[in-house]
Structures are given as C-alpha cells and as structure tokens.
Write a protein of this length. Structure first.
Length: 371
C-alpha cells in the first residue's frame, strides 16, 4: 500500500524540484463542502492509497480542525494521520514538499508520518519584517517594539528551529547575523509588501545556500507574522537522498496501538506513545556508539531518478534535534550534511538558563538510547 499526502490549502503545495515528485491532495474547507462529501472524498483516498497523512498548520481555524477530526472519527480509521505543524506558512509548504519527495521512497506509512516531526528540526524559517509591534511568535524586547515605529526600520526574525530577532543594520546583525544551518540547504523566498534584498541576497550568501527560489507569499503569512510588510524565507535540505538517509538512520520501533512501524516516541496515526526504555536496556547500551546507520543503504531507495545516495548518512538528532554549531567552513565550501547533536550535552532552549523548557517532540535516538 502507498501513502497519500493531503494539505488544507493550495498554497502549501510548492513547485516540485523535479517532474517525478508527486502532488499532495488539497482538502476542501468545511464552508465549501458538506460533511458527506468530505467523507466520500477521504474514503476514496484511503481506497486508492491505503493510508493518508494530512499535514496542516497548527494555526488552522477551529471549524476546519473539527472537520478533520470528525471525518477521521466517523470513518473509524487508524489509517489517517493528522499532523499539526508549528512552522510559518511558507515553511509548512517546504516541509510538505520534502514529504512528497520521501513518499516515493520505500518508507512505511508510520515512518513517513513520523518523519514530519523529525524534519521540522532541520527547517530554518524566518522573515524580514517592517514591524514587530504585533509579532507574538518570537520573544520581542521593549526596545524592538519601540524601534518598530521608526520609519525604515527592518527586523530579521528566525522562528525555527530557535527563535531569534535582530534589527537589520544594527550591531548584532553586522557582527553575527541570524544563526544559520551547518549543512547544505537551498532557500525559498516569498516577497510581501516589503521588498527585501537582504533575504534574497545577503542572507543566502551568509548561510552559503545553494539555489534561491522565489515563491508566492501564502495568504496567511501576514496574520502569522503580525504584519503584511514582510519577506518570508526558508532554508531546508533539498536533496532527496540526504533526506532519505536522515530518516533511515533513526531507530525504528513498532507501535503497540496499531502495529505500524514508526520512528520517534509517538505514533503519527494512533498517537500511542512508546513505553519508556527499561533501565536495564539503557545500562547495556554501548558507551561510544557510532551515529552512522549499520549496513549498506537499501538497494531500492531512494528512487532511481534521484541523485546518488551519499556514502555516509547524515546522523539523526538526539532528544533535542537542533543542529549544533560547528567550526565555520571556508566561504567557498558548503557544509556536507546535518551534524549530530552531542550525546552528552543537555538540551538547551532558545534563551539559555532561565528560559522555558524546550517542548519540541523527542525523536528516537538511532543508537537505541532514549532520554
């Protein structure tokens, strides 16, 4: 059986990187479709593909969210996964595109659904804003609020994976800028009412991004960022072979609720949490395990049209899978792949000591060690 991908609006379907990448199915809002029609539509997708993974923004309107859960409950089907994504609108489309690429590989439905949570930590999403007066997604200082009223002031904001806010042209922006990925990425930029060369030229050069693609600004981006004077940007892994190895390197378990294969600590289809690892299993784990997956890469994944699979798989993250800082590469070289999180380093939230505890989903360690 195959796995179908569904989204809640057409703006989450970005241009595919190649002609082989399939499209995602676009669901119809409840105001434009009866419940009976929605049931028939979803049932047809299940009959055709077997499983359905629906990716939707965490800010989805309540009536639409109720419709998704109502359809799943009435069909009484654990073959439907509902995955809320806490990313900005443009980044949600980029994540869906990555899942569309992976849907051609030999991953089971449970692994593909759980991969959405894993890949979220490798998406760098932000925007250039003309005002942060109504921004509530990222902590904003009183000084930044005051500067929002000055004409011509622009702010560089990073929402994921670690919130950051800098004033463009300020001392912090000139010295260090936004924290960027330490692995190879391409960038997607969407311009709103604020035309910014900083997002399409300055930032890609600093982050050593590969290609920079333009995309239409999603309609819900102004509401998400609190202003329509913005330019949204996303940096993410474009290569399907790297994405495949990143997902394949994570330890797999069997869900005790529905029996599907999964990665991480919770099933994407039935939401059953994995039981904690017994202390005896933790004590018997090797002290210095290798982060690379054992054995050769399966012969049938990724698909034949994709780029050649790298010899070494990019390691998967530990409990807080945010890529760690590494020594800067030469300006002409692009980083090779996502680095591994340090096994001995405690998870650090975006603000250091005294900040709130990081509540992002925990992804299973490929070495069999769970926090």
């Amino acid at each position: 059986m195959s796995t179908a991908l569904a989204v809640t609006c057409t703006e989450h379907i970005l241009a595919p990187p190649d002609r082989h990448t399939p499209r995602a199915h676009v669901l119809t809002p409840p105001g434009e479709q009866s419940l009976q029609a929605a049931l028939e539509e979803t049932h047809a997708l299940l009959e055709q593909h077997g499983y359905l993974v629906t990716v939707y923004p965490a800010s989805l309107p309540t009536p639409y969210l109720h419709r998704l859960h109502t359809v799943r409950a009435l069909l009484d089907s654990r073959r439907i996964a509902l995955l809320p994504v806490p990313l900005p609108p443009l980044a949600t489309g980029v994540l869906v595109r990555q899942l569309r690429q992976l849907s051609l590989c030999d991953f089971s439905p449970g692994v593909l659904g759980a991969a959405a949570r894993l890949l979220t930590h490798y998406v760098y999403a932000g925007a250039v804003l003309g005002s942060v007066a109504k921004l509530d997604r990222v902590p904003v200082t009183v000084g930044s609020h005051a500067r929002s009223w000055l004409p011509g002031t622009q702010f560089a904001v990073l929402a994921s994976p670690t919130p950051e806010l800098l004033r463009i042209g300020g001392a912090q922006e000139s010295e260090r800028g936004l924290t960027g990925p330490q692995f190879a990425t391409d960038m997607t930029v969407a311009h709103g009412r604020l035309g910014s060369d900083w997002a399409s030229r300055t930032l890609p050069a600093r982050w050593r991004a590969g290609q920079v693609a333009q995309a239409p600004l999603p309609a819900d981006s102004p509401a998400w960022w609190g202003t329509d004077k913005l330019t949204e940007f996303v940096a993410a892994i474009p290569d399907v072979s790297v994405l495949y190895q990143l997902v394949a390197s994570v330890r797999r378990d069997t869900c005790h609720g529905c029996g599907l294969e999964l990665i991480g600590d919770r099933c994407a289809f039935c939401a059953t949490a994995l039981p904690p690892t017994p202390p005896a299993a933790l004590a018997s784990a090797p002290t210095s395990p290798s982060l690379a997956p054992a054995g050769p890469v399966p012969a049938h994944a990724p698909p034949t049209h994709a780029a050649p699979v790298p010899t070494h798989a990019p390691p998967a993250p530990d409990a807080a899978p945010v890529p760690q800082s590494t020594p800067a590469a030469s300006p002409s070289a692009r980083p090779a792949g996502p680095p591994a999180a340090s096994p001995s380093a405690p998870p650090s939230g975006p603000g250091g000591a005294g900040h709130h505890v990081d509540e992002r989903p925990v992804v299973a360690d490929p070495r069999g060690i769970r926090p």
